[in-house]
Every structure is written in structure tokens, then in C-alpha cells.
Design a protein around this ligand. Structure first.
Ligand code: NAP
Length: 386
């Protein structure tokens, strides 16, 4: 059987490394033909030695020059467009999109235009450009395969069903490290505390999004686009144990949930094996004696979730602004420039300042994104979110 040829974008990150772990376990079924990273040269070198891709991309130019010297046979792309060039040239059938943030959008669009399947971890691209990306995918016959655990759960529960049979979907949320705290408590939290997720091990940006609950808001928007569901049919329940990854409730009142240990290799492998399932050795699922709990989200304390839900209902332009302002605010928080609670204030202010225009093509999204970032940066500089 011919192996699936796969490109991993963001191979040095949390999802990227988990993807390579799945590829390692399934080396008879998966062939890594391309890897893209940002700055982590040492890890990329180790990955090149192990997986022997024909092409790589490194956004850092100096690191890319070193790679060209070290591996003369390897095709090395570089710079901000490097990952997109890699996708345009790689002889791959599947692209795992695991670059964090809006910078992941261009290579995803390039993969769709080449009719490749996109195993999509990057949620920011769908939040900013969901309608246009989904239209592009159907125009080019490209499949978008969810990697986010909640969306993988919904996707799995929907197999063989019609979307018209769905009464609602319920996305579960861990609640993050600050579940149960009040707004006064949140004013004091540190970067380290915000990065310490209780159940998942993830990159910095998504860890902060999980702590503010913005992550769940981004996922609601993601679900809206992936499954063509109106916002009224998408709900959120906090489930601190992170075992039930989401529910689909059908019109007859039956709910189907997908459950497993909180391990991203499960949804990553499903996206790679789809429509088949491959055996796995790492999942233990030892739930005897466990108690599972579910709570309504505290929207008054975790205002980022409310902002995301409102932005989703307001339309495309607002979700671009939401994402851009959030990326800028999270970056500023991680750099120690603003407080945790200021993230919400900056996103709210940027949304209030937005003057929506129609987004007809991806270029319009990039322009709107840049504008929103500039506005958010001004609020950050003036501590306008505090
Ligand atoms: N982690 C999870 O469990 C999880 C779950 C669901 C969804 N997601 C989504 O998946 C995406 C990745 O998350 P993550 O946690 O894996 O993030 P991460 O650990 O921060 O990894 C980000 C990856 O993107 C690379 N990168 C950054 N800028 C780049 C650029 N300009 N060009 C090429 N590569 C670039 C980084 O490279 P360097 O490190 O080499 O600089 C790294 O490999 C996010 O959109 C997140 O929301 C993550």
C-alpha cells in the first residue's frame, strides 16, 4: 500500500511534534515529505534526520542558510512565504496545518488550491476567513479535516448523519487553569499561572486562549464554519476532566459524544487515517472510578468567550478583528506588557472601533487583519485595555 504523503506545517510546535509521533508509530502508512518551522533550528534538524523529507521551510533566514549548508540535497524555503512555497511545491496529499495564528492562513489556502486534504489544527485561519476558506475548499474539492479535539469529536459523531438531523452541538471546555475564579482573582494572575493548563500540554498562544476562554469562543466560530451550523445550535459546557471532547445532539434527543484521554494524537491520527481507523497503543482510557462533571461557562468572569460569541453573530469582519486583536493582546501579555484581564479589554475596544467592510476575497481579510492589529497595538501602548 502506498504511504500517505504528508507535509507538516509547524512541525516544531506542540501539534507538529504530536503529528510526527503519529507518523513515527505509523511509518508504514505515513511518509513525511515536507516540514515547516519558524525558528527552532535544532529541533528541525533532528526531525530532518529522522524523517528525511525532501523539502523544508524555515521562516528564519539565517537558520535556513545553515540548513542549506548542512543538507545540500534538501530543498529549503525560507522567509515569511516559505511555508506557502513549500505547500506549492511538495508532492503531498495531506497538509497538517499547525502553524499558530493568522500567519497560517496563506499556506492553508495554497494547500486547498492544490486540492490537498488539510488536517486543520490552526483555528485562527478559520476564525478570520472561515466563509472564504470553506468556499475555496468546495470550489477546489479539498477536504478540511478537523484536528481540534472538539471538532474531531463532532466530526466523528456526525459520520453517516445529515446536518439537518442535528438539534445542537455542545463543545466541551476544560475551563482552563482559572476555572472557578472571580474577576478580582483574575486581575492578579501571572504569565506562568496562565500557561499552566490543567489537562492539555499546548503552545503558548493557545494556552493563554484557554485560560481566558477565548479559545472556546474561537472554536464556536470554527464549528460554525466547519459544519455549516448556525450559532444558535452551538453551545458550550465546561468539563474540567477533558474526557468528553464534545457532544452532538440529534433531533430525536439522542446525544453522541466522543471520549478519550486528553491526547492530541487521537484526533491527529483520525484526521490522517480518515476514512479508516488505525490501531494505537498509547491511549489508556482508564476511567473506572472517575467522575465527570459539566458546568455552564461563567460568561461574566470570562468575557472573552462572550466577545467571541457576539463577534461570530455580527459577521465576518468582526471575527477578523476579534482574532487579530486577540493575537496582539496575547503576545503583549506573554511579553509582560499588559495584565491578563487587559486581553479582554483590548479585544473589546478593538471590536468597538471596527468599521466593517465586505470581505470579498482573502486579500480583503489580510487588509482588515492589519488594520485591526494596528488599532489593537495602539490600545496596548496606551494601556487602553486595562
Ligand atoms: N496544542 C494543541 O493541543 C492544540 C489543540 C487544538 C488546536 N491547536 C491549534 O494548532 C495551532 C498550533 O498550536 P500549537 O500549540 O502546536 O502551537 P506552538 O506549539 O506554539 O507551535 C507553533 C508552530 O508554528 C511554527 N511557526 C510559528 N510561526 C511560523 C511561521 N511564520 N512560519 C512557519 N512556522 C511558524 C512554530 O515554529 P518554531 O517553534 O520553530 O518557531 C511552531 O512549530 C494553533 O492554531 C492552535 O490553536 C493546538
Amino acid at each position: 500500500m502506498e504511504r500517505k504523503k504528508v507535509v507538516v506545517l509547524g512541525s516544531t510546535g506542540s501539534i507538529g511534534q504530536n503529528t510526527l509521533s503519529v507518523a513515527r508509530e505509523n511509518s508504514d502508512k505515513v511518509q513525511i515529505v515536507g516540514l515547516a518551522a519558524g525558528k527552532n533550528l535544532n529541533l528541525l534538524i533532528r526531525q530532518i534526520r529522522e524523517f528525511r523529507p525532501g523539502m523544508v521551510s524555515m521562516s528564519d533566514e539565517d537558520s535556513a542558510s545553515l540548513l542549506r549548508e548542512m543538507f545540500p540535497e534538501l530543498v529549503v524555503f525560507s522567509g515569511p512565504e516559505g511555508a506557502t512555497h513549500l505547500v506549492e511545491e511538495a508532492p503531498a496529499r495531506v497538509v497538517v496545518a499547525a502553524i499558530s495564528g493568522m500567519v497560517g492562513l496563506k499556506p492553508i489556502a495554497a494547500a486547498i488550491r492544490r486540492h490537498m486534504d488539510v488536517a486543520l489544527a490552526n483555528k485562527e485561519a478559520l476564525v478570520a476567513a472561515g466563509r472564504l476558506l470553506m468556499n475555496l475548499a468546495s470550489e477546489h474539492g479539498a477536504n478540511i479535516l478537523p484536528v481540534d479535539s472538539e471538532h474531531s469529536a463532532i466530526w466523528q459523531a456526525l459520520q453517516g448523519r445529515r446536518i439537518g438531523e442535528v438539534r445542537r452541538v455542545i463543545l466541551t471546555a476544560s475551563g482552563g487553569p482559572f476555572f472557578g475564579l472571580c474577576r478580582e482573582d483574575l486581575a492578579q494572575v501571572t504569565v506562568d499561572a496562565a500557561l499552566s493548563h490543567p489537562t492539555w500540554s499546548m503552545g503558548g498562544k493557545i494556552s493563554i486562549d484557554s485560560a481566558t476562554l477565548m479559545n472556546k469562543g474561537l472554536e464556536v466560530i470554527e464549528a460554525h464554519h466547519l459544519f455549516s451550523l448556525p450559532y444558535e445550535k452551538i453551545e458550550v459546557l465546561v468539563h474540567p476532566e477533558s474526557i468528553v471532547h464534545s457532544f452532538v445532539e440529534f433531533i430525536d434527543g439522542s446525544q453522541l459524544a466522543q471520549c478519550s484521554d486528553p491526547d492530541m494524537r487521537v484526533p491527529i491520527q483520525y484526521a490522517l487515517s480518515y476514512p479508516k481507523r488505525w490501531p494505537s497503543t498509547w491511549v489508556k482510557n482508564s476511567f473506572a472510578g472517575s467522575r465527570f462533571s459539566f458546568y455552564e461557562p461563567d460568561l461574566a468572569t470570562f468575557g472573552c468567550l462572550s466577545l467571541a460569541l457576539e463577534a461570530g453573530k455580527s459577521g465576518d469582519y468582526h471575527t477578523v478583528v476579534l482574532n487579530a486583536a486577540n493575537e496582539e493582546a496575547v503576545r503583549a501579555f506573554l511579553a509582560g506588557h499588559i495584565s491578563f484581564v487587559a486581553i479582554e479589554g483590548i479585544v473589546r475596544n478593538a471590536l468597538h472601533a471596527a468599521v466593517p467592510v465586505k470581505l470579498n476575497e482573502l486579500e480583503d481579510v489580510f487588509v482588515a487583519d492589519e488594520k485591526a492589529r494596528a488599532v489593537a497595538r495602539k490600545f496596548i501602548e496606551s494601556k487602553g485595555g486595562a
